[in-house]
Design a protein around this ligand. Structure first.
Ligand SMILES: Cc1ncc(COP(=O)(O)O)c(C=O)c1O
Length: 369
């Protein structure tokens, strides 16, 4: 009899134990008739700020909105340049483009998939206004070096922490390592909601006050608009779901880290490049991403063996058609391009069993045998 498929992510098993609590919280919102922002969102904002060890959290309707709010708050304008990684989800670059600025892509560190600070430094020009540091796959960027560059060149440091809730760098949580940090609660993320959701986290009172108004049409008092704003408000149902799930995040992260360490041991003898934590970094293993030259063949074989994988960024952002006018060519950013060709995400979710993990390991050993 064939064994059940091991999925890359199993949201169902993660959320099943919390179904009743989620349903009760949603029912409360429905009965309250308070559907946008409101007490559930405020309670979650306070809890998530405390979780991040930060002063403020502004709930918004996606990670993409949080990133846009951050570039707007940073005063990014047409003609400005924003340095970021090409090996990421598109929104890390959109936030520059939305403000009419130019995303400047620089290469990554092959060990962590995160921005290479030396490449960032080499790309700084008088037009550079901000750096978007993406803590990819849950691993923090080299923030001391990036922060030093931002201080020296008077740049805004924006963390894209969409995949890194709770990760630590030199003991501090991501979300407190730059001027502003952006989180996503899209259902596949480490802290999921039941739809779209995101947050901007900051220690700055000024950015918090202005950001709160901008997410709500630029108004503090209804129908009075000091700035042209957005409708980036978080819905109450999402605030309620997030409020139920946040207390479980630490346990989920511990499970992810246990599984990652077990993968390290199980796969150590294989010709795969495994993820490793840089010194001072505590990854939350949003994904467990390995690298292998013949990636597509491996993916197909694992699928035949009943093991699901994913591959998130098959084309780096600097080579996407939407950014053709920026003039990057194949070979411009070789480390990112090779990651795009070689990376495979193995199954990783907090409720994954050791039996499922053994099946992944067995399938990989069979492939290489
Ligand atoms: C690194 C990164 N940044 C930004 C985002 C955007 O978040 P959202 O999907 O909530 O808009 C994502 C989500 O996929 C992401 O992975």
């Amino acid at each position: 009899m064939s064994q059940p498929f091991v999925p890359p992510l199993d949201l169902q098993s993660l959320l099943a134990p919390h179904r009743e609590a989620i349903a009760a919280a949603i029912a409360e919102v429905i009965d309250s008739c308070h559907y946008v922002l409101g007490p559930k969102v405020e309670a979650f904002e306070q809890a998530f700020a405390a979780y991040c060890e930060a002063a403020h959290c502004i709930g918004v309707n996606s990670g993409t909105s949080a990133l846009h709010l951050a570039t707007r708050l940073a005063g990014i304008e047409p003609g400005d340049e924003v340095i970021t990684t090409p090996y990421t989800f598109a929104s890390s670059a959109w936030c520059a483009s939305y403000q009419g600025a130019k995303p400047v892509f620089v290469d990554i560190d092959p060990a962590t998939f995160c921005l290479d600070p030396a490449a960032v430094e080499a790309a700084i020009t008088p037009r550079t206004k901000a750096i978007v540091a993406v803590h990819l796959y849950g691993h923090p960027c080299e923030m001391s070096a990036l922060r030093a560059l931002c201080v020296k060149h008077r740049l805004t440091l924006i963390e894209d922490a969409a995949q890194a809730h709770g990760a630590r760098y030199k003991g501090k949580r991501v979300g407190t390592l730059g001027d502003m940090a952006c989180f996503s609660f899209y259902p596949t993320k480490n802290l999921p909601c039941a739809g779209e959701g995101g947050a901007l986290v900051t220690d700055s009172n000024k950015l918090d006050t202005r950001g709160r108004a901008l997410r709500n049409h630029g108004s503090v008092e209804r129908y009075f608009h000091h700035e042209v704003g957005y409708n980036y408000r978080l819905e109450a149902i999402q605030g309620a779901v997030l409020g139920v799930l946040l207390p479980h995040l630490e346990g989920w992260t511990a499970a992810r880290r246990r599984l990652a360490h077990r993968y390290h041991e199980l796969l150590a003898d294989l010709p795969l490049k495994l993820p490793r934590e840089a010194t001072g970094c505590e990854s939350v293993y949003h994904l467990y991403t390995v690298r292998v030259p013949e990636r597509d063949k491996l993916i197909a074989t694992l699928k035949e063996q009943g093991v699901g994988t994913s591959n998130h960024y098959p084309r780096a952002m600097h080579l996407q058609p939407c950014y053709a006018e920026l003039g990057y060519k194949e070979g411009s950013l070789p480390v990112a391009e090779s990651a795009a060709q070689q990376a495979v995400n193995l199954p990783m979710f907090p409720t994954m069993t050791e039996e499922q993990q053994d099946r992944v390991s067995d399938a990989l050993h069979a492939y290489f045998a």
